[in-house]
Write a protein that binds this ligand. Structure first.
Ligand code: ATP
Length: 374
């Protein structure tokens, strides 16, 4: 017989909100984090992601709404009664205890005497089996963070919450630890909810990302989906660089929308348009810099049919190794940024050169210019 109130690693937030006096840190939020997923709350400082995490942990009382784990409403439960544990940026290890005892702590507190096997397995999981008898100060920052993860996992929580856990590490170690945490999550198979302001970190690790802005989830999706199909300029700009062109709906052709931009036309697949598609409607057309090719105007005839194209003049270029990054001024969009593959190393592509920018229409996305203006 299944126990209806058994907690699982599915996190469900219903209308959860947090106010401090007149200030709303988190507006009423509905969110479901599937069991076993690696979920990232991503946003700039102050957007409410830590507050949201702390409400899941029970460290912050919601002003309204409920937190459930599976079918169990845990809103009224104190943190230690929730099958949830948190890893903080400050590892909060016990300095006087060795690594083994730091990890064993949660078991000993529950009165479990024989801890050797479990602690050994957990240290192996985080690849610190050899370091068991060292003190925290004898380990690197990344190793200490792994101890903190092992300590948080020892009591088999259903959900692990991670609050900027890699924030104190230098960039190289951060990148290593991102992969390491992902591996650990895959191995233990429980739900991880990870707070970060680093878009690359969220994209590398998470299978689902919620982009937060001013106390609201602005968009939720798989990293590739958010990157390819942002629904607002905030999301487009937070996850990388975008070029935007103001355009107007001209007509339809099958499942494509034809837009007027400056003197020219652009094509946008209807499925990638988040704006009304009635004739005359204003659309903000977005395209990622790395999707754009650059051709000298003299060779414009060689550009294949069916590509979106705009003309411009190179304003600036910088060689960045694998590619050259160009800034192009165009009548439809000034300071258009282009990262073009520098395969041909065309020597004519220098500042002042007249060029054609062109890309596959499938890489275009359309935003509602009217809605995004406010
Ligand atoms: P950071 O990455 O800087 O921690 P965050 O996105 O996690 O940012 P929160 O810590 O959730 O943001 O804070 C959201 C907002 O709520 C911020 O404007 C913050 O100043 C405010 N806030 C948080 N805790 C309190 C509190 N105890 N009293 C008043 N305001 C608070």
């Amino acid at each position: 017989m299944t126990n209806k109130t058994e907690a699982t690693g599915e996190v469900r937030l219903k209308g959860i909100a947090k106010t401090y006096g007149a200030f709303t840190a988190v507006h009423p939020l509905d969110l479901t984090v599937p069991q076993g997923s690696f979920f990232a709350l991503l946003g700039a400082s102050g957007c409410g992601k830590t507050t949201t995490l702390r409400m899941i942990a029970g460290l912050e009382e919601p002003s309204s709404g409920t937190v459930s784990l599976g079918d169990q409403d845990v809103t009224a439960l104190p943190p230690y009664k929730r099958p949830v544990n948190t890893v903080f940026q400050s590892y909060a290890l016990f300095p006087h205890l060795d690594i083994f005892e730091n990890v064993a702590f949660g078991l000993r507190r529950r009165g479990i005497k024989s801890v050797k096997k479990q602690v050994g397995e957990m240290l192996d999981l985080v690849q610190l089996g050899e370091q068991a008898r060292k003190k925290p100060h004898q380990l690197s920052g990344g190793q200490q963070q792994r101890v903190a993860v092992a300590r948080a996992l020892i009591n088999h929580p259903k959900v692990l919450l991670l609050d900027e856990p890699l924030g104190a590490l230098d960039l190289k170690l951060r990148r290593q630890m991102q992969l390491e945490l992902k591996r650990i999550q895959t191995e233990v198979g429980i739900t991880f909810v990870h707070v970060t302001h680093d878009q690359e970190e969220a994209m590398t690790m998470a299978d689902t990302v919620a982009v937060m802005n001013a106390g609201r989830v602005e968009q939720l999706g798989a990293p590739t989906d958010l990157y390819e199909n942002p629904r607002t300029t905030f999301v487009a700009n937070f996850l990388g660089t975008s070029n935007f062109i103001e355009a107007e709906v001209d007509s339809r052709s099958g499942d494509e929308i034809v837009l007027k931009a400056g003197g020219g036309k652009l094509v946008l697949p209807e499925s990638r348009c988040g704006a009304p598609t009635t004739t005359g409607g204003r659309v903000l057309v977005g395209v990622r810099p790395e999707k754009i090719s650059l051709t000298h105007a003299e060779d414009a005839g060689e550009i294949p049919e069916g590509r979106n194209r705009i003309t411009g003049r190179i304003a600036d270029s910088s060689f960045i190794g694998v590619s050259t990054q160009y800034v192009v001024d165009s009548p439809v969009c000034s300071d258009f940024e282009v990262y073009a593959q520098n395969i041909d190393r065309d020597p004519r592509l220098v500042p002042g050169a007249e060029v054609v920018l062109h890309w596959n229409p499938a890489h275009t996305f359309g935003l509602d210019a009217a809605q995004d203006a406010d």
